[in-house]
Design a protein around this ligand. Structure first.
Ligand code: GLY
Length: 384
């Protein structure tokens, strides 16, 4: 694969990713792809989609919109239907499942079944809302190893909450979904976005008032460190909030602050380590999934930024990051690379429990494909 010229490599990188999607779709049983072995390409699957399965379906909706090939749409519809039982699971991470897995089917494919499933997910999610605190909690079934339930929160799903609930408002005319998303996103600025623009992952809050009781991390190096995905999820959170919930200046401001922090702290080669504060850097894990999320967020933020020069800087930064991922981490990474094609290697799921620290991660694949489609001009950055 020629990777020297970005204009050529975006298209050829999309081609590699589509081949990977094809191989995955034809090799799966009933489980959703969760994380993959970069050498063999085999997937560890999750029976009901965990928090990650919506990204797989989202890739299929993106592929369907890009190519208009009927098989992608058929796969997307089938996997979207398989998410349906999760509409009633008590986890905020349903927002990932039903935004990427179902709402995208309506937004990109005008699919009425996907719309109905997305609305089921949105209604289930909205029912978790704590009106007094102004927050959707993680919920008792949130897919974290500890610290879940009605008084815990994290930045991770704020963007997909905004996307899913605001989309549900537009699909139904019921603005109460968007109001919940707005309050939830505003509370998380206080919970997670620090003054300097770095983002902490998690908070415990008072269920009566929404006041912060503790700030901590579920997956980062330490309670005060900046976990790579927290920073990336924060960038995406406030970019999607600004896109889906217009008129709230605080969202764009938080997105720009978080983006500036990323750009000032990412390594020179642009691919983040799993936690910005791991003292073992550079002898520690990268996280290409965090990096892909950041790139997707920057490409959206470029289209939202009122300052044209700043917007161009974000677009260029997004491009440079995607280029670094494609050249260094998307298989094949060289003429001798015999691994299956189209794998985004070196994602880091959770080193605290030794889980999938140098793997393909299905959500990393999704955000890289989304960013590549923006760069090829097939997808407008603010469509999803
Ligand atoms: N909980 C989402 C993540 O691990 O990034």
């Amino acid at each position: 694969m020629a990777k020297q010229s970005p204009e050529v490599s975006w298209q050829s990188a999309v081609g590699c990713m589509l081949r990977r999607i094809e191989t995955t779709a034809t090799s799966l049983g009933t489980g959703f792809p969760h994380y993959g072995d970069p050498d063999t390409g085999s997937w560890t699957t999750s029976p009901a989609g965990d928090w990650t399965g919506g990204h797989w379906v989202g890739e299929l909706w993106l592929a369907s919109a890009d190519t208009a090939e009927p098989r992608y749409r058929e796969w997307a519809a089938r996997w979207c239907a398989a998410l349906r039982p999760r509409a009633s699971s008590n986890t905020i991470f349903r927002s990932f499942l039903f935004y990427y897995g179902a709402a995208l089917g309506d937004i990109l494919g005008n699919d009425p079944h996907a719309q109905a499933i997305g609305l089921e997910g949105a209604r289930g999610l909205a029912a978790m809302y704590n009106e007094r605190a102004g927050v959707l909690p993680l919920g008792g079934e949130a897919e974290e190893a500890s610290d879940v339930g009605d008084g815990e929160a994290s930045i991770d799903a704020v963007g997909s909450v905004c996307g899913l609930l605001a989309w549900a408002s537009e699909a139904t005319g019921d603005e109460s979904f968007r109001r919940i998303a707005r309050e939830h996103a505003l509370r998380h600025i206080d919970f997670c976005v620090r003054e300097d623009g770095s983002v902490g992952q998690s908070a415990t809050f008072d269920r009566e008032t929404g006041a912060v009781l503790r700030r901590y991390t579920h997956k980062g190096y330490s309670e005060r460190s900046t976990w790579g995905r927290a920073q990336a999820w924060g960038m995406l959170a406030y970019t999607l909030a600004a896109r889906w919930i217009p008129g709230e200046r605080a969202f764009l401001e938080a997105a720009e602050r978080a983006a500036e922090w990323w750009l000032n702290h990412a390594p020179d080669d642009r691919v983040a380590y799993w936690d910005f504060d791991d003292p073992a850097i550079p002898n520690t894990f990268r996280d290409t999934s965090a990096t892909a999320i950041a790139a997707a967020a920057l490409l959206k933020l470029a289209a939202l930024a009122p300052d044209r020069a700043r917007g161009q800087r974000y677009r260029q930064a997004g491009k440079d990051i995607v280029q670094a991922l494609v050249v260094g981490y998307l298989t094949p990474t060289g003429a001798e690379d015999r691994r299956p094609s189209g794998i985004l290697t070196q994602g880091c799921y959770n080193p605290r429990i030794g889980l999938a620290t140098r793997n393909e991660l299905i959500w990393g694949d999704y955000y890289l494909l989304e960013a590549l489609q923006v760069l090829t001009g097939k997808l407008q950055p603010l469509t999803v």
